[in-house]
Design a protein around this ligand. Structure first.
Ligand code: DGL
Length: 282
């Protein structure tokens, strides 16, 4: 088991023969959090054609039940892979990955890279032995996280906090709205106030939305705290699983949002910054 990435067991060699050069990489999240992963995937694979899919009709995942999340993720990825024929799917969402990765792999015939909390690198980095973990409420209660803790952080202290306010803050920031400092302060204090919380020197950002507000979190935690997340490692894994494949981007990349109605105009500018020039409803 990897610490911050879960990748498909499929052999790259067996998939090489049938890859169409225009076939995209599909990145999936509940909202804009997966853009933090997209940024790293672009650096690793600048010529790859990418579809960014956000289940905005289901956002937030973190306050939903396991069954609700699994149904949305499996249903949407099934429909999306049929329609867009991606060469690889990256579930750029810790909540979706820790709950639904196994079942999605059971049914989809495409390599799938998941995102799981970066506990292993955090355990290697901490000097005090006390690690904070900020995720969604759904993620922090997963047995998957217990397993990562037992495997990689035995002998350390891992303090968890489910922080839905940070998802809200990150979404607001992407819409160009001011971030409510109370949401950030609350998340930092919730970890600091747990037993041994004052000794935290490393914080795992176990939700892909949270790196979008890392600067704000750094200020709230104060000096001496480092943050770790999986985006770079995930991008490396995507590159590894697609090594040797050809890319030909024929059209500008697009972002898909589930649900109805007008999308906030402010998104367009931000998404263009990530190379997503077309915005569509799915
Ligand atoms: N970005 C998601 C994650 O990594 C979850 C945000 C949400 O929908 O609650 O867990």
């Amino acid at each position: 088991m990897a610490s911050d990435i879960e990748s498909a067991p499929q052999s790259v060699a067996t998939t090489l023969a049938r890859i169409d050069a225009t076939s995209p990489i599909l990145l999936f999240d509940s909202g804009v959090g997966g853009l933090t992963v997209l940024e790293e995937v672009r650096k690793a694979l600048p010529d790859a054609s990418i579809i960014y899919a956000a289940d905005t009709a289901g956002l937030p995942y973190g306050t939903k039940t396991e069954a609700q999340i699994a149904a949305r993720v499996a249903g949407l990825l099934g429909r999306m892979t049929e329609r867009f024929r991606p060469r690889l799917v990256c579930i750029a969402c810790n909540t979706a990955s820790t709950i639904a990765l196994g079942m999605v792999r059971e049914v989809l015939e495409v390599p799938i890279v998941g995102t799981v909390p970066a506990i292993k690198p955090a355990a290697a980095m901490t000097k005090t032995g006390v690690i904070g973990l900020l995720g969604t409420e759904a993620t922090i209660r997963q047995a998957y996280v217990d397993r990562l803790e037992h495997e990689f952080a035995a002998g350390k202290r891992l303090l968890r906090h489910g922080a839905p306010g940070l998802v809200e803050a990150a979404e607001a920031k992407l819409r160009g709205e001011p971030v409510d400092p109370a949401l950030i302060r609350h998340a930092a204090q919730a970890l600091r106030m747990q037993p041994d919380g004052e000794r935290i020197d490393t914080v795992v950002l176990a939700c892909t939305h949270f790196p979008l507000v890392e600067a704000e979190l750094a200020e709230a935690f104060g000096p001496g705290v480092r943050f770790v997340h999986g985006a770079q490692g995930i991008a490396r894994q995507v590159a590894r699983l697609t090594a040797g494949q050809e890319y030909s981007r024929q059209r500008p990349d697009r972002a898909l949002f589930t649900g109805q109605g007008e999308l906030p105009g402010a998104y367009a500018e931000k998404l263009a910054h990530y190379g997503l020039m077309r915005i569509e409803r799915f």
